[in-house]
Design a binder for this molecule. Structure first.
Ligand code: ADA
Length: 580
């Protein structure tokens, strides 16, 4: 709902103990939403530093005797939270959840005051990196990524309960016995349940009709499902793993239901296999980005975007360039949409930084992106995997978008992060997204990646306006990558396009150019056997910062920011669905 809100440019709020009482001189601010574009003018749009949020809510009387938890689905980029006057938690990283047990601080039947201070400042020790420069006109936020640094409480905040003995975690790893492509496959579900407190665990697997298909006693083991209905692209079939915790007297003390999709993911040669069948990624790099609410989650906007993906014939997307709201992943799980799940490690590239107005000689150095950044990055990977590990929609992790990847320093930075991701992840491929400044003959990171993911802009930033030259250059580079013997996914290709601008010569920025540009890429993809996917940049136009020369944001969307189709959307629909 509406929270009380107040920016704190001078950082006086903590010293003045603003959390200790009702927030004075506050205005109303919706949650979830980015705060930046709610109020006209630049004050909040360009705000640098802390903002304060506060709300009061009544704790239901029926919660007596329960454990009460306060959960923020995200706070961008770091936050500290108080319940009443007690500080309960702090969190770094803008796109993953955090929570605290607040049982001792709330009284069922009475009101509780929650205050959060949220800081949007990026530094060399945040993911994504950035910096704040002090100028005569006040602080300015500089960052090396091409999307607006929306901040605040973009996602829901929850007060929820559990019993005092409760299921605290569960990991499921699905599999298929024997031939994955068999007509009646036998599915397996490895499970591992953690319980806080004393209790015996019993698990039951129910199909979508609620019929029990397997069961077991114990906190870990493997369930076998004869004639399993597999989770597959376009068919988001989910089983319910019902976890029950039984007390000493055999009474049920907690129950938790985990959705499970039975499917396998495997890279074999240049093929990306889901359930043993080659999968070709069709879709987009996207953004959480809307008018007014910025990155704020909204179910109506989300469902509309998914309907547009379906209309255009997309089967997948990448969460460029940060973990998306959990509601988005829930929808993908339930509808069989395939997801490449990405951390917020975007902009670790000095060349990209230069384009975006930031001058850095070398992006990996003790003074810039360093070992300290790597610790924060590692934590971002841990939190992402912990959040999304059980999702059938997630078929691959991307641990960074477009980092410098041709220098020894970049290899030294990333090698431990690839190792960490492999330790955390037992059954999915992992990778990163290569930038055009680190081409095939220079890259040092692809050896650690299961799939070649590359972003290319031949015909836009390179061979600008010359699609014939771009076609040759693109094919030549794809042939080099093909020699790696791995599947290739073009994770970005696109041209800025002003909706409604038409030109008979196919001039850049026109709808004609965008269509010819995409057509050219598709011709090349169809000639290269190792291609395993095409994700157009971008699904929709999106907001960027003032630090980059753009007209009203990035216009590479095939839909406008208010989701009207450009001509290219129809072209993609014809290619991906065969329908006009
Ligand atoms: C990069 C980057 C994107 C993007 C694109 C562009 O490749 O990965 O975030 O905005 O450039 O449009 O320039």
């Amino acid at each position: 709902g509406l929270w009380r809100f107040r920016p704190d440019a001078d950082g006086v709020g903590r010293a003045a103990r603003w959390f200790a009482g009702p927030l004075a001189e506050a205005r109303d601010m919706p949650v979830p939403a980015s705060y930046n574009d709610i109020v006209p003018g630049r004050e909040l749009h360009d705000h640098v530093g802390d903002v304060w949020y506060q709300t009061t809510t009544r704790v239901p009387r029926g919660w007596a005797g329960e454990r009460v938890v306060l959960r923020f689905d995200s706070a961008t980029h770091r936050a500290t939270v108080w319940v009443g006057e007690t500080e309960v938690m702090s969190h770094e990283g803008g796109y993953t959840p955090f929570e605290a047990d607040v049982t001792a601080l709330v009284t069922p039947g009475e009101e509780v005051r929650v205050t959060a201070v949220v800081d949007n400042r990026l530094s060399w020790e945040t993911i994504p990196p950035g910096m704040v420069v002090e100028t005569d006109h006040g602080p300015r936020q500089k960052y090396m990524h091409d999307f607006f640094n929306y901040a605040g409480l973009h996602r829901p905040v929850w007060l929820y309960t559990t019993p005092t003995t409760y299921v605290s975690d569960v990991t499921v790893v699905p599999g298929i016995e024997g031939e994955a492509t068999a007509e009646h496959p036998t599915g397996t579900v490895d499970f591992d349940v953690a319980v806080e407190g004393q209790g015996d665990v019993r698990v039951r697997l129910l199909d979508a009709e609620g019929t029990q298909v397997a069961a077991a006693d114990g906190a870990s083991g493997t369930l076998t499902v004869a004639d399993a209905h597999l989770w597959a692209p376009g068919d988001g079939y989910l089983y319910d793993l019902v976890i029950e915790v039984l007390g000493a007297d055999g009474a049920l003390v907690d129950t938790y239901t985990q959705k499970v999709g039975i499917r396998t993911v495997e890279v074999r040669g240049t093929e990306f296999l889901i359930n043993g069948r080659p999968f070709y990624f069709r879709g987009f790099g996207m953004h959480e980005d809307h008018l007014t609410r910025g990155k704020g989650h909204d179910d109506a906007e989300m469902v509309h975007d998914f309907e547009l993906l379906d209309w255009v014939g997309a089967n997948s997307f990448r969460t460029s360039h940060y973990p998306y709201a959990e509601e988005v992943l829930d929808y993908a799980d339930a509808h069989g949409i395939v997801v490449i799940d990405e951390t917020a490690a975007v902009g670790m590239n000095a060349a990209v930084g230069a384009v975006l107005g930031m001058t850095v000689d070398q992006v990996f150095s003790p003074d810039t992106v360093s070992e300290r950044t790597r610790e924060v990055h590692a934590q971002a990977i841990r939190e992402l995997v912990a959040r999304d590990k059980n999702r059938p929609s997630v078929v691959m992790w991307s641990i960074s978008n477009e980092p410098e990847s041709h220098t020894p320093e970049s290899e030294e930075y990333f090698r431990p992060l690839f190792e960490l991701t492999r330790e955390l992840e037992k059954h999915r491929p992992i990778g990163f997204v290569n930038v055009m400044y680190s081409p095939a003959d220079q890259d040092r990171l692809m050896q650690y990646s299961d799939v070649v993911m590359i972003n290319r802009y031949y015909g836009w930033y390179n061979d600008t306006g010359d699609l014939a030259a771009a076609e040759d250059a693109l094919e030549a580079e794809l042939r080099q990558w093909e020699a790696h013997g791995k599947p290739i996914i073009m994770t970005e290709y696109g041209a800025d396009t002003v909706a409604g601008l038409h030109d008979l010569t196919g001039a850049m920025w026109s709808e004609e150019y965008q269509s010819e540009f995409l057509d050219m890429y598709h011709r090349v993809f169809d000639r290269v056997d190792a291609m395993a996917g095409e994700h157009v940049w971008n699904f929709a136009d999106f907001q960027t910062s003032r630090g980059i020369v753009r007209v009203d944001g990035n216009k590479k969307g095939v839909f406008t920011r208010d989701r009207r189709p450009k001509a290219a959307a129809h072209l993609l629909r014809r290619r991906w669905t065969g329908r006009a």
